[in-house]
Ligand binder design. Sequence first.
Ligand code: SAH
Ligand code: DHB
Ligand code: MG
Length: 222
Amino acid sequence: MNEAKWSAVDNYIVDSLIDRDAVLDEVLSSSAAAGLPEIQVTPNFGKFLHLLSQVHHARNILEIGTLGGYSTIWLARSVPAGGRVVTIECEPKHAEIAKANFQRAGLSEVIDVRIGKALDVLPRIAAEKREPFDLIFIDADKQNNPEYFAWALKLSRPGSVIIVDNVVRKGEVINAATSDSAVHGTRRLYEVVAAEPRVNATTIQTVGNKGYDGFLLAIVNG
Ligand code: SAH
Ligand code: DHB
Ligand code: MG
């Protein structure tokens, strides 16, 4: 088993099950042309987020880490009329490209982009006393994942779903001796989740076009 095979199978899955989409293609090409890192979710994971949101009947979604807005668009297309996605991005250049993409996608009214470091923006969102988020997707700097998880809990309700991307890191998550701060952030996340009685969680490992990684899914207890 090797990465070439994982990619070939990912391509097969995408070709078989995921409609070609001019808007999403344009998101990827405009993001790449602007020099953004190509670390957005794969099409099949984007569609998974979309389907999960629909299964859950999510209306209010929070995303931490927008990049060019690829995952944001998958999520925004899952909410019913009147639904909203709030997405946080600290790089103004990423946020500008994302906003242009949302315009092109006809989703500017659905998606609310907040520019700033997530740990500065999250307290402001909390102060707005809005409805709790039904689904929260954490996909920014991995060093702060435990703090983002704590904020996600604060901004949720019993039944809310929290998904954290990139929690396996080529299997490095089990390497306690690593010097990679992203892995340490991930390991602290597991400690926080394990010790948190208000959530029930699991992780699914994944392989594909983005290599070997995984995502954590948690449900806030009733
Ligand atoms: N969710 C996107 C990918 C996000 S990549 C998708 O799948 O399409 C991670 C993003 O998080 C980058 O754009 C990066 O600039 C942003 N980011 C990193 N640290 C951050 C922070 N402290 N606050 C907010 N955004 C941050
Ligand atoms: C990185 C970040 C991501 O969100 C991702 O999905 C893959 C890689 C990174 O920072 O390397
Ligand atoms: Mg990610």
